[in-house]
Design a protein around this ligand. Structure first.
Ligand SMILES: N[C@@H](CCC(=O)N[C@@H](CS)C(=O)NCC(=O)O)C(=O)O
Length: 219
């Protein structure tokens, strides 16, 4: 029975689940909904009204972190470190990655320049902290991809789009290890298949539609 993922084209949390499915070579189905006008069946199915939702037969899983951990546990070799403490630390950083995604969203929706600057500073502080945690290897735990790497990939993809509009958040001088890691993450062959092909246009379209301060910097 193929796992069935309910998605929204722009959702970075769904993308984490898709990256896990692709990375593990799991055969799956994906169904897109319009979150602005969700179908009645989705409101019934999703306890928090959010995507991703993963249907496994008649059972329903929600919350991306739970979905990702379930897929990792059930299919193939785990993408977590085997040592319990390292695994728990990786999970802590995966939560940190979820917070980074919230920062990115908050950055986009700030109506005024001052709020935008504050959010950019908050995000920069997170990036500084992450830079300190990295070792300079290709991936978070060394030369092999782990679940924590997959979890940060949607964040770096969106950061790249934002950096093109408002440069300076991620620069090689201040964040050499982050830039290296981000390049490694975004050039994984599975990344292009983890979203719809028009992700960049959709994302920049969403930034414009939100009409925040960031949209005034777009050409
Ligand atoms: N903590 C959730 C966050 C998921 C989330 O915020 N999904 C957004 C789309 S990217 C959503 O469904 N929003 C609809 C809503 O909040 O009503 C997870 O990790 O799965």
């Amino acid at each position: 029975m193929k796992p069935h993922l309910i998605s929204f084209k722009l959702c970075p949390y769904v993308q984490k689940a898709v990256l896990t499915l692709l990375s593990k070579g799991i055969d799956y189905e994906i169904e897109y909904i319009d979150l602005e006008n969700p179908p009645a069946w989705f409101r019934e199915l999703s306890p928090l009204g959010k995507v991703p939702v993963l249907k496994v037969g008649d059972e329903v899983l929600f919350e991306s972190s739970v979905i990702v951990e379930y897929l990792d546990e059930v299919y193939g070799t785990s993408l977590h470190p085997s040592d319990a403490l390292s695994k728990a630390q990786n999970r802590s950083w995966m939560e940190f990655g979820n917070e980074c995604l919230m920062n990115v969203f908050n950055l986009i929706i700030q109506p005024e320049q001052q709020g935008f600057i504050e959010q950019r500073e908050a995000l920069r502080n997170k990036l500084d902290r992450l830079e300190k945690r990295l070792t300079g290897s290709s991936f978070f735990n060394g030369e092999n991809v782990s679940l924590v790497d997959l979890s940060f990939t949607p964040f770096f993809q969106r950061l790249q789009y934002i950096n093109e509009v408002s440069p300076g958040l991620l620069d090689p001088e201040h964040h050499p290890k982050l830039v290296h890691w981000s390049n490694k993450l975004l050039t994984q062959p599975i990344v292009s298949a983890s979203t719809v092909a028009e992700i960049k246009q959709l994302y920049t379209g969403m930034m414009k539609k939100r009409s925040g301060y960031l949209s005034t910097l777009m050409t």
